[in-house]
Design a protein around this ligand. Structure first.
Ligand code: FUL
Length: 456
């Protein structure tokens, strides 16, 4: 069905409110009472199921936009990316660990949450767990009395950041790994400790890696049980994995979301974490406009080539330009950016990484400092090069094709054309002076709501 909506300030042909008119077709040019046209090809949603919308936790998660990922553990001391589980806990000896420095840097750079590798594939636990000897309790750090998950959570809260934890299901140290029921109990005990001893956890991050354990066996992960435990112990936490259920992996580790990027997915295409294939990759990257569940994408990437700190990579830290690009390719495409930094053997963020994060913030603040939309709406000509579009995702996601135009002299010129908008879509174009802008939604799933526009 192709519907053409003729919208005018003085007529409401389809009972469309004035507010919606002003935001769906945002113009400044105008002359109250002039006529605008928005063509909307409205595809009905299939079936009768209600349109998926985010939970309050998913909304909060998305609005944070930026989270800092921290890979830290025995690999930091062995200079490896994947430990094999045989590392001696005695090597874990950060000399001046300062989780508050991590959190302060994150806050100063505009990040609103942090996710720490409480246990990576090597099985070494950064908290004094009851489940294994392979933990900080067996290390010289803080005389064996240290608890890094506690220091991390305290640091986050002191700086007003939400707390996230990564607990690798793949464990190359646990003897029970591969002995499915026994390891699943062990893993759930670890999860229970993390979810009950450290206050509110905002995001629980499940990696799908499923290699061999110390006995050469592979483990069958009991995902429904793991996720059920998170729901029970921390009902407000979002659960991340390839298969959600709350937040999905974006399908690459480069920080790049797909275009289009729907926050809805068909859950049958990615039934469990670690599943691969072309359809899976496409679903992770793009979502599905007819998807039956709300599962927005999180784009993870490291500021360095590796996830853990390697002194040899100190001069390979992403530049401010590259970090700003990542913001556009993730947050600017209806995703969230989970940017990894790697504390050094001393237990602090490297000065280069800190400098780049501050540089990224300064650049973004400068870019988004003055919204020109109000001026343009008031009839003034302004030079712009970025459009910031947002749907009210509390109602779901709808727009699937749009054109943004600017009035130059007497001509409407296309500034950008796009597919999905969702939470936030950032379009860049050559600087151009416009006296008005208008947004035409050409295709949508269901009836599109208002689209908020800012111009920079
Ligand atoms: C992967 C892991 O194997 C990497 O070491 C890293 O933790 C990355 C975020 O996820 O699956």
């Amino acid at each position: 069905m192709y519907t053409v909506l003729k919208l005018a300030l003085d007529e409401h042909p389809l009972n469309i409110s004035r507010r919606r008119l002003l935001t769906t077709v945002a113009g400044a040019l105008v002359l109250p009472r002039s006529l605008r046209v928005a063509s909307v090809r409205a595809e009905p949603r299939s079936g009768r199921s209600p349109r998926p919308v985010p939970s309050p936790s998913q909304l909060l998660w998305q609005r944070d936009e930026l989270a800092l990922f921290l890979h830290f553990g025995v690999n930091t001391f062995t200079d490896r990316e994947w430990g094999d589980g045989t590392e001696d806990p005695a090597i874990f000896a950060p000399s001046r660990l300062d989780a508050r420095q991590w959190a302060r840097t994150a806050r100063e750079a505009g990040f609103r949450a942090m996710v720490l590798t409480a246990k990576h594939h090597d099985g070494f636990c950064l908290w004094p767990t009851e489940t294994t000897e392979h933990s900080v309790a067996a290390s010289p750090w803080r005389g064996g009395k240290g608890d890094l998950v506690r220091e991390f959570a305290d640091g986050c809260r002191a700086e007003g950041l939400r707390v996230g934890l990564y607990l690798s299901p793949w464990d190359r140290n646990a003897q029970s790994y591969g002995d499915s029921p026994r390891y699943n109990d062990f893993y759930c005990d670890q999860l229970t400790e993390l979810l009950t001893k450290y206050g509110p956890i905002h995001e629980m991050w499940f990696d799908g890696a499923n290699g061999e354990g110390p006995n050469g066996r592979r483990q069958e992960y009991d995902w429904p049980r793991y996720w059920g435990l998170v729901r029970k112990l921390q009902p407000e936490a979002v659960i991340f994995s390839d298969a959600g259920p709350d937040v999905r992996w974006i399908g690459n580790e480069n920080g790049v979301a797909g275009d289009p990027n729907w926050s809805t997915v068909d859950p049958t295409v990615v039934p469990y974490p670690g599943v691969s294939g072309e359809r899976v990759r496409a679903m992770l990257q793009h979502g599905d406009p007819q998807g039956t569940v709300w599962r927005p994408g999180e784009a993870d990437v490291s500021i360095r080539p590796g996830w853990f700190h390697h002194p040899s990579e100190d001069d390979r830290v992403k530049t401010v330009d590259e970090l700003v690009e990542l913001f556009f390719s993730s947050v600017g495409r209806n995703s969230k950016l989970l940017l990894n930094v790697s504390p050094t053997r001393d237990g602090v963020l490297h000065p280069t990484d800190v400098k780049r994060l501050h540089g990224m913030r300064a650049r973004l603040d400068a870019l988004f400092s003055v919204d020109r939309f109000p001026a343009v709406s008031a009839g003034r000509t302004e030079t712009i090069s970025v459009a910031d579009l947002r749907e009210n995702i509390a109602r779901g996601q709808s727009v699937s094709r749009y054109t943004l135009e600017g009035l130059v002299g007497n001509d409407w010129r296309a500034l950008s054309r796009g597919t999905t908008i969702g939470y936030r879509k950032l379009d860049r174009f050559e600087p151009i002076s416009v006296a008005a802008v208008r947004l035409t939604i050409e295709e949508a799933i269901g009836e599109p709501g208002p689209v908020e526009i800012a111009l920079y």
